[in-house]
Ligand binder design. Sequence first.
Ligand SMILES: [Zn+2]
Length: 283
Amino acid sequence: MPVVPLKDILQPAFASRYGVGAFNIVDDLTMMAILDAATEAKSPVIIQVSVKTVKMWGAALLQKSFAEFAGSRPIPATLHLDHCPDVNVIKTCLEAGWNSALFDASNLAYEDNLRQTKEVVAFAHKLGAGVEGELEAVRGVEDDVGSGLEGELVPTEKCLEFIDATGIECFAPAIGTAHGVYEKEPKINFDRVKEITSLRSIPIVLHGGTGLSNETFRKLIQNGCAKVNISTKLKITFADGFRTYLEKKPTEYDPLKLLRSVHADVKKMAMEFMETFGSAGKA
Ligand SMILES: [Zn+2]
């Protein structure tokens, strides 16, 4: 069971209260490293891509690479587009065979977000794809999307109405986490996750996973966060992987050795998260 829809990965995770890492890959090396980590950890996995990365490599090439790399593995994997405010980019990806997308209309007024998300869901479902919905902006800029401010909290009953009316596969509420690196310990709104999942059986998405403590991860996953986004940590591991290798071997000119070393670093990072999130051994 190699490439599967997002919901096939999230529903069992939500039911059994483990989290599945959604790792923002930046190229084929990192995509392969994350898939290798999942294979070795026997973990389901979400290959997540930012719009910026789609613009770098193209939606079709990324999907083809994913199908080739993930297609023959004994673990479920899915290809997901991260924060995308542009419906046309979502359509391009889904038409190219991507499995799901986060339609980020968090800068729109509630009614507009609701209406547009419904349209995106209808489009996605026709292709057998899924949608992550978001009402409030997650604090922090990630790959040129977002702002330093957290969106104003939407009342719970409006969140429930949004979930019911749109038919999204998973929901990303603002819960005090942020994109990027935390400068101080974030105040996490555990109760908001608990409240929403006690009223609706919908997997919650945790944005801004980099830098949270294992205890915070466990508590949020216990409350219903089934998709855990890791972007910043992958970028740091990737860049540091090159830097430390080249500092150690400044006159070695064997690109494949260098790439294998970075691959190993990224894979190790992902496997550690898979253990922490409880998804290891679940595939
Ligand atoms: Zn995010």
